[in-house]
Design a protein around this ligand. Structure first.
Ligand SMILES: [Zn+2]
Length: 440
């Protein structure tokens, strides 16, 4: 018996195509060969802040076992599907495939995977890893796809994972508006949420993409059973060509790495960082809100962009002294702005008192006093009382934020962002593959 992990990445382009669709087709071809799938197909989202990335920044992996004599045919199917399905004509499409044989995975490839999801990795590092662990690779053009291919293999998602059931359209409908019965989606959401998430945002459907790609819709959830149940509740008004359930790191925050201080921040990392608000938030052109934070090692700007909508109001309500935990990707400095953390969410850890200082009231007649000049105390215009030893009165203003996590609306989420439905929730042990999980 041969155990094989098949990773691939970077086959799509902005004009269409989709690595998950290619994977779905591969699943069908391999099923016809009678191979056993030892896990769900894996859809692994890589560091969303990496400078070179594909559109959805997704890499895929299939884990299968089969009789040894099938090996060549299995590999031939994989290569053919990639060659036929990848948009090789597009300049920035650089497919990569990796095969790793073995029932268990070496730690090296797991560590590599974590790094690709959180940080920046160059092609040479991936090529070196492939050599060290004995992975067979096949690359096209500039070879960058091999990074994601190996990362997908190494992502076992032992600590947390979610599922996405993706349905695909008939080719004749590509590019046309997607036809789903919105009421059935609202109904599905009301029955399955929070076990499914990011279905709707303010009445708008989030399960359907908008591009020319083959995806009709995708439902995300905590188990394969719940996304399968959700599919059966959604009425599609156009035919579904095929569907597959993927096991994925979406909605897990797996891209974020906790840094102990601001001095450790580097461009392109996805970070979690504690800091004290050091200045008032400021709104810049385009409607983006910038908030600087500091700790004992330095200071850094954080930004809530316009598409994060009402989330910006939370940021605008912060004042110097507030202690917050920020989550987001690090954008390098440019000629227009310093190095900045693009906020994906924040947690308010400590709320500073907001005190309004005003001139004291006259102890004799109650009228608000006026300053008598610098260091000369206050005088009352009504009764003429002058007092040198009187303090300004202070009034504590209630703050309209609370100590909790704040997220932008789901439409502004990254694929990897842990949504509000999954706060403090992890799905630990991968389930065994159940039927049905794909069709055809
Ligand atoms: Zn007075």
């Amino acid at each position: 018996m041969t155990f094989l992990h098949i990773g691939f990445d970077d086959t799509d382009s902005p004009s269409g195509g989709c690595t998950t669709y290619l994977c779905a087709r591969m699943v069908e071809s391999l099923s016809l060969l009678n191979v056993d799938f030892t896990d769900y197909p894996m859809l692994i989202r890589l560091n969303p802040n990496a400078p070179f990335r594909t559109r959805g920044n997704a890499a895929l992996c299939l884990r299968i076992k089969f009789d040894d004599d099938l090996e060549n045919r299995v590999k031939q199917i994989v290569l053919n599907e990639i060659k036929n399905g990848a948009d090789l004509a597009f300049k920035n499409t650089n497919p990569g495939i990796a095969f790793y044989e073995g029932e268990t995975l070496p730690d090296l490839i797991k560590k590599f995977s974590k790094k690709v999801i959180q940080d920046i990795v160059v092609v040479n590092e991936a090529l070196r890893l492939a050599k060290n662990v004995g992975a067979e690779i096949c690359t096209f053009k500039n070879e960058r796809g091999v990074i994601g291919a190996l990362a997908a293999i190494g992502a076992l998602l032992e600590n947390d994972h979610t599922y996405e059931l993706i349905t695909y359209r008939k080719p004749e409908n590509y590019g046309k508006p997607r036809k789903l019965d919105i009421d059935s989606v609202i109904n599905m959401n009301s029955i399955t949420s929070p076990r499914t998430f990011c279905n709707l945002d303010d009445g708008r459907m989030l399960i359907t993409p908008h591009g020319p790609d083959p995806i009709l819709y995708g439902v995300r959830g905590d188990s394969a059973e719940i996304v399968f149940a959700a599919k059966n509740m959604i009425k599609s008004l156009e035919p579904i060509e095929r569907w597959v359930i993927f096991r994925t790191n979406q909605g897990t925050d797996m891209h974020l790495r906790f840094l102990s201080s601001i001095s450790r921040v580097r461009p392109y990392l996805s970070v979690i960082l504690n800091g004290e608000v050091s200045n008032k938030p400021k709104t810049v052109s385009g409607g983006h809100v910038i908030i600087p934070i500091k700790d004992h090692t330095g200071k850094i700007d954080c930004a809530a962009y316009e598409p994060t909508g009402g989330f910006r109001e939370v940021i605008k309500n912060l004042i110097p002294g507030d202690l917050i935990r920020v989550y987001g990707g690090v954008r390098p400095a440019s000629s227009l702005h310093p190095i900045t953390i693009n906020l994906e969410k924040i947690e308010i850890l400590k709320i500073a008192p907001l005190v309004l200082k005003s001139n004291p009231k006259c102890p004799k007649c109650g009228k608000r006093m006026k300053s008598a000049g610098k260091n000369k105390g206050f005088k009352c215009k009504k009764c003429g009382l002058k007092l040198k030893e009187i303090e300004k009165s202070s009034l504590e203003i209630p703050r309209n934020i609370t100590k909790k996590m704040y997220l932008p609306p789901p439409r502004a989420h990254r694929h990897l962002t842990r949504p509000i439905e999954r706060i403090n929730k992890v799905t630990k042990k991968p389930e065994t593959v159940f039927t049905p999980w794909h069709h055809p």
